[in-house]
Ligand binder design. Structure first.
Ligand SMILES: [Zn+2]
Ligand SMILES: [Zn+2]
Length: 370
Protein backbone atom coordinates (compact mmCIF):
# COMPACT_ATOMS: atom_id res chain seq x y z
CA UNK A 1 0.00 0.00 0.00
CA UNK A 2 1.50 3.29 -1.10
CA UNK A 3 1.63 6.23 1.26
CA UNK A 4 -0.50 9.11 0.01
CA UNK A 5 1.21 12.44 -0.59
CA UNK A 6 0.88 14.82 2.34
CA UNK A 7 -1.36 17.77 1.73
CA UNK A 8 0.18 21.08 2.59
CA UNK A 9 -2.64 22.84 4.49
CA UNK A 10 -1.84 26.34 3.25
CA UNK A 11 -1.25 25.22 -0.29
CA UNK A 12 -3.76 22.55 -1.14
CA UNK A 13 -2.84 20.74 -4.35
CA UNK A 14 0.84 20.97 -3.63
CA UNK A 15 2.08 17.44 -3.70
CA UNK A 16 4.72 16.89 -1.08
CA UNK A 17 7.05 13.92 -1.12
CA UNK A 18 6.29 11.59 1.83
CA UNK A 19 10.04 10.78 2.04
CA UNK A 20 11.70 14.19 1.96
CA UNK A 21 8.97 16.82 1.84
CA UNK A 22 9.97 18.29 -1.53
CA UNK A 23 7.41 19.23 -4.18
CA UNK A 24 6.62 16.32 -6.42
CA UNK A 25 6.07 16.98 -10.12
CA UNK A 26 4.34 15.03 -12.85
CA UNK A 27 7.12 13.07 -14.57
CA UNK A 28 6.45 12.50 -18.27
CA UNK A 29 8.86 9.57 -18.52
CA UNK A 30 7.37 7.65 -15.59
CA UNK A 31 3.82 8.88 -16.11
CA UNK A 32 3.71 9.35 -12.35
CA UNK A 33 4.01 12.00 -9.70
CA UNK A 34 7.72 11.92 -8.83
CA UNK A 35 10.08 13.58 -6.40
CA UNK A 36 12.98 15.29 -8.22
CA UNK A 37 15.26 14.75 -5.19
CA UNK A 38 14.77 11.29 -3.73
CA UNK A 39 13.24 9.46 -6.71
CA UNK A 40 10.08 8.57 -4.81
CA UNK A 41 7.26 8.12 -7.34
CA UNK A 42 3.60 7.26 -7.19
CA UNK A 43 0.68 6.73 -9.50
CA UNK A 44 -1.90 9.45 -10.00
CA UNK A 45 -5.35 8.04 -9.46
CA UNK A 46 -7.41 9.34 -12.37
CA UNK A 47 -9.91 6.61 -13.11
CA UNK A 48 -12.95 8.89 -13.29
CA UNK A 49 -14.98 8.94 -16.47
CA UNK A 50 -14.29 11.80 -18.86
CA UNK A 51 -17.88 12.89 -19.31
CA UNK A 52 -19.45 14.84 -22.12
CA UNK A 53 -21.38 17.93 -21.02
CA UNK A 54 -24.59 19.13 -22.59
CA UNK A 55 -23.78 22.23 -24.62
CA UNK A 56 -27.00 24.29 -24.31
CA UNK A 57 -27.60 23.32 -20.73
CA UNK A 58 -24.12 24.51 -19.87
CA UNK A 59 -24.54 27.80 -21.73
CA UNK A 60 -27.78 28.44 -19.85
CA UNK A 61 -26.84 27.56 -16.33
CA UNK A 62 -23.46 25.91 -16.19
CA UNK A 63 -21.57 29.08 -15.33
CA UNK A 64 -21.89 28.34 -11.60
CA UNK A 65 -19.60 25.37 -12.02
CA UNK A 66 -16.62 27.56 -12.87
CA UNK A 67 -13.56 26.85 -10.78
CA UNK A 68 -9.78 27.36 -10.90
CA UNK A 69 -7.64 24.57 -12.34
CA UNK A 70 -6.23 23.82 -8.90
CA UNK A 71 -6.95 25.26 -5.48
CA UNK A 72 -3.64 27.06 -5.28
CA UNK A 73 -3.27 27.82 -9.00
CA UNK A 74 -1.68 31.14 -9.85
CA UNK A 75 -1.93 32.87 -13.17
CA UNK A 76 -0.02 35.49 -15.03
CA UNK A 77 -0.93 37.43 -18.16
CA UNK A 78 1.63 38.33 -20.81
CA UNK A 79 1.43 42.07 -21.54
CA UNK A 80 2.83 41.52 -24.98
CA UNK A 81 0.56 38.82 -26.47
CA UNK A 82 -2.22 38.56 -23.88
CA UNK A 83 -1.82 34.83 -23.17
CA UNK A 84 -2.83 33.75 -19.66
CA UNK A 85 -0.81 30.94 -18.15
CA UNK A 86 -1.71 28.97 -15.02
CA UNK A 87 0.80 27.25 -12.81
CA UNK A 88 1.06 25.99 -9.27
CA UNK A 89 3.89 27.03 -6.94
CA UNK A 90 6.83 26.46 -6.79
CA UNK A 91 6.56 26.65 -10.60
CA UNK A 92 6.98 30.22 -11.84
CA UNK A 93 6.50 32.06 -15.13
CA UNK A 94 9.47 34.24 -15.96
CA UNK A 95 9.15 34.60 -19.70
CA UNK A 96 6.22 34.15 -22.05
CA UNK A 97 6.31 30.75 -23.74
CA UNK A 98 4.28 32.05 -26.65
CA UNK A 99 6.04 35.26 -27.65
CA UNK A 100 9.35 35.01 -25.85
CA UNK A 101 9.21 38.26 -23.85
CA UNK A 102 10.07 38.55 -20.19
CA UNK A 103 7.01 38.51 -17.96
CA UNK A 104 6.91 41.47 -15.60
CA UNK A 105 3.35 41.12 -14.27
CA UNK A 106 2.90 39.77 -10.74
CA UNK A 107 1.12 36.43 -10.57
CA UNK A 108 -2.33 36.46 -8.99
CA UNK A 109 -4.76 33.79 -7.86
CA UNK A 110 -6.18 32.07 -10.93
CA UNK A 111 -9.61 33.12 -12.20
CA UNK A 112 -12.30 30.45 -12.19
CA UNK A 113 -12.97 28.85 -15.54
CA UNK A 114 -14.76 25.90 -17.11
CA UNK A 115 -12.90 23.10 -15.41
CA UNK A 116 -11.17 20.59 -17.69
CA UNK A 117 -12.87 17.20 -17.88
CA UNK A 118 -9.84 15.44 -19.17
CA UNK A 119 -6.13 15.69 -19.61
CA UNK A 120 -3.71 13.88 -21.85
CA UNK A 121 -0.58 13.70 -19.67
CA UNK A 122 2.88 14.44 -21.07
CA UNK A 123 4.71 11.27 -22.07
CA UNK A 124 7.69 12.84 -23.87
CA UNK A 125 10.19 14.23 -21.32
CA UNK A 126 11.56 17.74 -21.83
CA UNK A 127 15.14 16.70 -22.72
CA UNK A 128 13.74 14.48 -25.48
CA UNK A 129 11.59 17.37 -26.77
CA UNK A 130 14.63 19.66 -26.82
CA UNK A 131 16.85 17.19 -28.67
CA UNK A 132 14.00 16.58 -31.12
CA UNK A 133 13.74 20.33 -31.68
CA UNK A 134 17.50 20.65 -32.24
CA UNK A 135 17.46 17.77 -34.71
CA UNK A 136 14.57 19.43 -36.52
CA UNK A 137 16.38 22.75 -36.62
CA UNK A 138 19.69 21.39 -37.89
CA UNK A 139 17.88 19.50 -40.63
CA UNK A 140 16.28 22.73 -41.92
CA UNK A 141 17.87 23.97 -45.09
CA UNK A 142 19.20 27.50 -45.13
CA UNK A 143 18.68 28.16 -41.46
CA UNK A 144 21.09 30.90 -40.34
CA UNK A 145 24.10 29.40 -38.50
CA UNK A 146 23.67 31.84 -35.61
CA UNK A 147 20.22 30.43 -34.98
CA UNK A 148 21.41 26.85 -34.70
CA UNK A 149 23.41 27.74 -31.62
CA UNK A 150 21.02 30.32 -30.20
CA UNK A 151 17.94 28.14 -30.32
CA UNK A 152 19.57 25.30 -28.47
CA UNK A 153 18.90 27.24 -25.29
CA UNK A 154 16.31 25.20 -23.45
CA UNK A 155 13.45 27.68 -23.66
CA UNK A 156 10.99 24.99 -24.46
CA UNK A 157 8.24 24.77 -21.87
CA UNK A 158 5.73 22.08 -21.16
CA UNK A 159 2.29 23.64 -21.34
CA UNK A 160 -1.10 22.03 -21.32
CA UNK A 161 -3.00 23.73 -24.13
CA UNK A 162 -6.79 24.14 -23.84
CA UNK A 163 -9.01 22.37 -26.37
CA UNK A 164 -12.73 21.98 -26.84
CA UNK A 165 -14.09 18.81 -28.33
CA UNK A 166 -17.63 18.73 -29.70
CA UNK A 167 -20.04 15.93 -30.48
CA UNK A 168 -23.21 16.52 -32.49
CA UNK A 169 -25.63 14.61 -34.66
CA UNK A 170 -26.65 16.55 -37.72
CA UNK A 171 -29.45 16.40 -40.25
CA UNK A 172 -29.02 18.47 -43.39
CA UNK A 173 -31.63 19.30 -46.01
CA UNK A 174 -30.23 20.24 -49.35
CA UNK A 175 -31.21 21.29 -52.85
CA UNK A 176 -28.97 21.13 -55.85
CA UNK A 177 -28.43 19.62 -59.25
CA UNK A 178 -26.97 16.39 -60.51
CA UNK A 179 -24.96 16.47 -63.72
CA UNK A 180 -24.69 13.32 -65.89
CA UNK A 181 -22.23 13.29 -68.72
CA UNK A 182 -22.99 12.05 -72.23
CA UNK A 183 -20.97 12.16 -75.41
CA UNK A 184 -21.85 13.19 -78.95
CA UNK A 185 -19.88 12.68 -82.07
CA UNK A 186 -19.08 15.89 -83.87
CA UNK A 187 -17.88 16.04 -87.46
CA UNK A 188 -15.55 18.69 -88.70
CA UNK A 189 -13.17 19.33 -91.55
CA UNK A 190 -9.43 19.70 -91.22
CA UNK A 191 -7.03 20.25 -94.17
CA UNK A 192 -9.84 19.29 -96.49
CA UNK A 193 -10.43 15.96 -94.65
CA UNK A 194 -13.58 14.88 -92.85
CA UNK A 195 -12.84 14.07 -89.17
CA UNK A 196 -14.85 13.31 -86.06
CA UNK A 197 -14.45 13.71 -82.35
CA UNK A 198 -16.35 12.82 -79.15
CA UNK A 199 -17.59 15.86 -77.28
CA UNK A 200 -18.76 15.72 -73.66
CA UNK A 201 -22.05 17.32 -72.59
CA UNK A 202 -23.82 17.39 -69.23
CA UNK A 203 -27.48 16.84 -68.50
CA UNK A 204 -28.52 18.64 -65.30
CA UNK A 205 -31.35 17.35 -63.10
CA UNK A 206 -32.65 19.10 -60.05
CA UNK A 207 -32.14 17.13 -56.83
CA UNK A 208 -33.04 17.56 -53.17
CA UNK A 209 -32.75 15.33 -50.14
CA UNK A 210 -31.26 14.95 -46.73
CA UNK A 211 -28.09 13.57 -45.19
CA UNK A 212 -27.22 12.80 -41.58
CA UNK A 213 -23.98 12.38 -39.74
CA UNK A 214 -22.68 12.00 -36.19
CA UNK A 215 -19.59 14.01 -35.32
CA UNK A 216 -17.52 12.58 -32.49
CA UNK A 217 -14.83 14.45 -30.52
CA UNK A 218 -13.94 17.10 -33.09
CA UNK A 219 -10.96 18.91 -31.54
CA UNK A 220 -10.89 22.71 -31.62
CA UNK A 221 -7.82 24.40 -30.12
CA UNK A 222 -9.04 27.05 -27.67
CA UNK A 223 -5.81 29.02 -27.96
CA UNK A 224 -4.88 31.87 -30.25
CA UNK A 225 -1.32 32.08 -28.93
CA UNK A 226 0.06 29.32 -31.11
CA UNK A 227 -0.01 29.27 -34.92
CA UNK A 228 -3.12 27.31 -35.89
CA UNK A 229 -1.56 25.57 -38.88
CA UNK A 230 1.23 24.14 -36.75
CA UNK A 231 -0.90 22.87 -33.90
CA UNK A 232 -3.28 21.33 -36.41
CA UNK A 233 -0.33 19.41 -37.81
CA UNK A 234 0.26 17.90 -34.36
CA UNK A 235 -2.98 15.92 -34.74
CA UNK A 236 -4.16 13.23 -34.30
CA UNK A 237 -4.11 13.08 -30.51
CA UNK A 238 -4.46 9.68 -28.85
CA UNK A 239 -7.63 10.68 -27.03
CA UNK A 240 -8.26 7.06 -26.08
CA UNK A 241 -5.51 7.61 -23.47
CA UNK A 242 -7.35 10.56 -21.94
CA UNK A 243 -7.37 10.70 -18.13
CA UNK A 244 -9.97 12.33 -15.96
CA UNK A 245 -8.64 15.69 -14.83
CA UNK A 246 -6.51 15.73 -11.67
CA UNK A 247 -4.49 18.81 -10.63
CA UNK A 248 -1.53 16.46 -9.99
CA UNK A 249 -0.96 16.19 -13.76
CA UNK A 250 -0.22 19.92 -13.80
CA UNK A 251 2.34 19.80 -11.03
CA UNK A 252 5.60 21.08 -12.53
CA UNK A 253 3.93 22.14 -15.79
CA UNK A 254 1.95 25.13 -16.96
CA UNK A 255 -1.54 25.27 -18.37
CA UNK A 256 -2.97 27.96 -20.59
CA UNK A 257 -6.40 29.44 -19.94
CA UNK A 258 -8.69 29.08 -22.96
CA UNK A 259 -8.85 32.20 -25.12
CA UNK A 260 -11.60 31.04 -27.43
CA UNK A 261 -14.88 30.81 -25.50
CA UNK A 262 -17.07 27.71 -25.65
CA UNK A 263 -19.64 29.22 -28.07
CA UNK A 264 -17.01 30.61 -30.43
CA UNK A 265 -15.35 27.19 -30.42
CA UNK A 266 -18.70 25.71 -31.43
CA UNK A 267 -18.88 28.09 -34.43
CA UNK A 268 -15.44 26.84 -35.48
CA UNK A 269 -16.63 23.26 -35.10
CA UNK A 270 -19.60 24.10 -37.36
CA UNK A 271 -17.30 25.38 -40.08
CA UNK A 272 -15.44 22.06 -40.02
CA UNK A 273 -18.74 20.12 -39.96
CA UNK A 274 -20.10 22.13 -42.91
CA UNK A 275 -17.14 21.06 -45.05
CA UNK A 276 -17.79 17.40 -44.24
CA UNK A 277 -21.54 17.76 -44.82
CA UNK A 278 -20.96 19.48 -48.17
CA UNK A 279 -19.05 16.40 -49.34
CA UNK A 280 -21.80 14.14 -48.00
CA UNK A 281 -24.35 16.14 -49.99
CA UNK A 282 -22.34 15.86 -53.20
CA UNK A 283 -22.01 12.14 -52.65
CA UNK A 284 -25.76 11.86 -52.04
CA UNK A 285 -26.57 13.81 -55.20
CA UNK A 286 -24.35 11.47 -57.19
CA UNK A 287 -23.74 11.70 -60.93
CA UNK A 288 -20.59 12.99 -62.58
CA UNK A 289 -20.89 16.59 -61.36
CA UNK A 290 -22.88 18.29 -58.65
CA UNK A 291 -24.18 21.77 -57.99
CA UNK A 292 -25.14 22.49 -54.38
CA UNK A 293 -27.54 25.41 -54.06
CA UNK A 294 -28.63 25.29 -50.46
CA UNK A 295 -27.89 23.26 -47.31
CA UNK A 296 -29.79 23.73 -44.05
CA UNK A 297 -28.30 21.83 -41.14
CA UNK A 298 -29.88 21.06 -37.77
CA UNK A 299 -27.47 20.29 -34.94
CA UNK A 300 -28.78 18.01 -32.20
CA UNK A 301 -27.43 16.24 -29.09
CA UNK A 302 -24.57 18.73 -28.85
CA UNK A 303 -22.11 17.91 -26.12
CA UNK A 304 -18.63 19.16 -25.37
CA UNK A 305 -15.57 18.47 -23.28
CA UNK A 306 -12.84 20.79 -22.13
CA UNK A 307 -9.47 19.08 -22.46
CA UNK A 308 -5.86 19.93 -21.74
CA UNK A 309 -3.42 18.52 -24.28
CA UNK A 310 0.35 18.40 -23.77
CA UNK A 311 2.49 20.65 -25.96
CA UNK A 312 6.03 21.92 -25.62
CA UNK A 313 6.01 25.49 -26.82
CA UNK A 314 8.88 27.80 -27.43
CA UNK A 315 9.42 31.16 -29.03
CA UNK A 316 12.73 32.50 -30.13
CA UNK A 317 13.60 35.90 -31.47
CA UNK A 318 15.85 36.23 -34.46
CA UNK A 319 16.55 39.59 -36.10
CA UNK A 320 13.68 41.08 -34.09
CA UNK A 321 11.18 38.59 -35.44
CA UNK A 322 9.45 35.99 -33.26
CA UNK A 323 9.45 32.37 -34.41
CA UNK A 324 7.20 29.89 -32.65
CA UNK A 325 7.66 26.17 -32.48
CA UNK A 326 5.53 23.43 -30.95
CA UNK A 327 6.29 19.83 -30.01
CA UNK A 328 3.64 17.18 -29.46
CA UNK A 329 4.06 16.07 -25.82
CA UNK A 330 2.85 12.57 -26.71
CA UNK A 331 4.80 11.79 -29.87
CA UNK A 332 7.70 14.28 -29.94
CA UNK A 333 6.67 15.57 -33.39
CA UNK A 334 8.07 19.06 -34.06
CA UNK A 335 6.31 21.76 -36.07
CA UNK A 336 7.15 25.39 -36.38
CA UNK A 337 8.35 28.52 -38.04
CA UNK A 338 11.94 29.06 -38.99
CA UNK A 339 13.97 31.87 -40.53
CA UNK A 340 15.82 31.58 -43.82
CA UNK A 341 19.35 32.82 -44.28
CA UNK A 342 19.28 34.96 -47.43
CA UNK A 343 23.07 34.92 -47.37
CA UNK A 344 23.09 31.10 -47.64
CA UNK A 345 20.40 31.07 -50.31
CA UNK A 346 22.26 33.82 -52.21
CA UNK A 347 25.50 31.80 -52.08
CA UNK A 348 23.76 28.70 -53.44
CA UNK A 349 22.16 30.67 -56.28
CA UNK A 350 25.59 32.14 -57.11
CA UNK A 351 27.19 28.66 -57.16
CA UNK A 352 24.45 27.30 -59.45
CA UNK A 353 24.77 30.26 -61.85
CA UNK A 354 28.56 29.89 -61.90
CA UNK A 355 28.21 26.18 -62.65
CA UNK A 356 25.82 26.86 -65.54
CA UNK A 357 28.16 29.51 -66.92
CA UNK A 358 31.06 27.08 -66.63
CA UNK A 359 29.21 24.35 -68.55
CA UNK A 360 28.14 26.80 -71.26
CA UNK A 361 31.74 27.93 -71.66
CA UNK A 362 33.04 24.35 -71.87
CA UNK A 363 30.42 23.51 -74.50
CA UNK A 364 31.37 26.67 -76.44
CA UNK A 365 35.05 25.69 -76.36
CA UNK A 366 34.30 22.13 -77.49
CA UNK A 367 32.09 23.52 -80.28
CA UNK A 368 34.77 25.95 -81.43
CA UNK A 369 37.50 23.30 -81.52
CA UNK A 370 35.53 21.01 -83.86
ZN1 LIG B 1 11.52 13.07 -2.01
ZN1 LIG C 1 3.44 36.61 -24.68
Amino acid sequence: MQEAPKIDKENINRFLCPNCGANMVFDAKLGKLACPYCAHAQEIVADGKVDERDYYEFLQRGQQSLQPMANNAMQVRCDSCGAIVNFTPPETATWCDFCGVKIVAQPKAADPLIAPEGVLPFSVPQDQAISGFNRWLSSRWFAPSALKTMASADKLSSIYIPYWTYDASTRSYYSGERGDWYYETEYYEENGEQRSREVRHTNWYSRSGQVGRFFDDVCIPATTSLPEKYIQKLEPWDLQELKSYEPAFLSGHKAQTYQIPLDEGFERFKRIAEGVIYNDVRHDIGGDEQRVHNVQTEYGDITFKHLLLPIYAGAYRFNNKVFQIVVNGRTGEVQGERPYSWMKIGCLVFVILAAILFIVMILAIIGASK
